[in-house]
Design a protein around this ligand. Structure first.
Ligand SMILES: CC(C)(COP(=O)(O)OP(=O)(O)OC[C@H]1O[C@@H](n2cnc3c(N)ncnc32)[C@H](O)[C@@H]1OP(=O)(O)O)[C@@H](O)C(=O)NCCC(=O)NCCS
Length: 197
């Protein structure tokens, strides 16, 4: 992860008007009009990725749960005593990068941030990150390149596809590797600076 110190991650301010264009009508509409109501109703928390008062990206996250397919459950929990019906997740409900700044790895940086954010800062159990990705080649490739996997083949022809990232193996990896230790420190700094935590 290469989070530059010039960026901040700020929670959506309910008192401020949002002017943001990620070239997707539904996402723009959500961020500009609906995100505040979602936040007030505790349904989703929205964050702004900003530099010098310019919004480079916005994303919303919520607690969620996922039903794993039998194949994934057998693989991830081979001898598990926990026979859970659903598994705790955080869902990236919306993600958009300003159309002026797409293709500069900002979206990838945000995913890298979120993977660590929900490991170092999470106060509840959260095993997976999930997203309902737009079912088009570029959006799917973006999530694939960020190591997210398809939950099922059943949504292959739907408008969106559920993709997931398992935080447990990642948690084990980042404990060991030096480059991840730096990323964790960067994320902690960013959280401290931006979110006062
Ligand atoms: C998809 C998106 C979040 C990726 O963020 P980003 O910072 O542009 O992406 P990165 O630089 O980290 O990675 C580049 C990859 O993102 C994807 N991408 C870039 N621009 C995109 C766009 N306008 N629409 C869809 N995918 C896009 C592509 O897979 C690209 O790889 P490619 O150049 O090989 O095609 C961002 O482009 C965006 O907001 N697009 C419009 C809204 C959208 O599709 N959101 C996803 C909702 S599921």
């Amino acid at each position: 992860m290469t989070t530059s110190s010039i960026f901040e991650i700020n929670p959506l301010d309910l008192t401020k008007e949002i002017i943001f264009d990620c070239d997707d009508k539904d996402l723009n509409d959500f961020f500009s009009n609906d995100a505040k109501e979602y936040q007030k109703s505790l349904l989703a928390k929205t964050y702004l990725y900003v530099n010098n008062n310019e919004i480079f990206a916005m994303f919303s996250v919520s607690n969620d749960s996922v039903n794993l397919t039998d194949e994934i459950r057998t693989r991830d929990y081979p001898k598990s005593k926990q026979n859970l019906k659903t598994y705790p997740t955080v869902k990236i409900g919306r993600l958009g990068v300003s159309r002026l700044h797409q293709n500069k790895k900002i979206g990838s940086n945000i995913l890298a941030f979120l993977k660590i954010f929900f490991l170092v800062n999470n106060k509840t159990g959260c095993r997976y990150i999930i997203v309902n990705a737009y079912n088009n080649t570029r959006a799917l490739r973006f999530y694939e390149n960020n190591e997210m996997k398809y939950l099922t083949e059943k949504d292959k022809n739907k408008k969106t596809r559920i993709m997931y990232f398992d935080l447990l193996p990642y948690h084990n990896t980042i404990q060991k590797e030096e480059k991840f230790k730096r990323s964790i420190e960067e994320v902690k700094e960013l959280i401290k600076k931006s979110l006062n935590e």
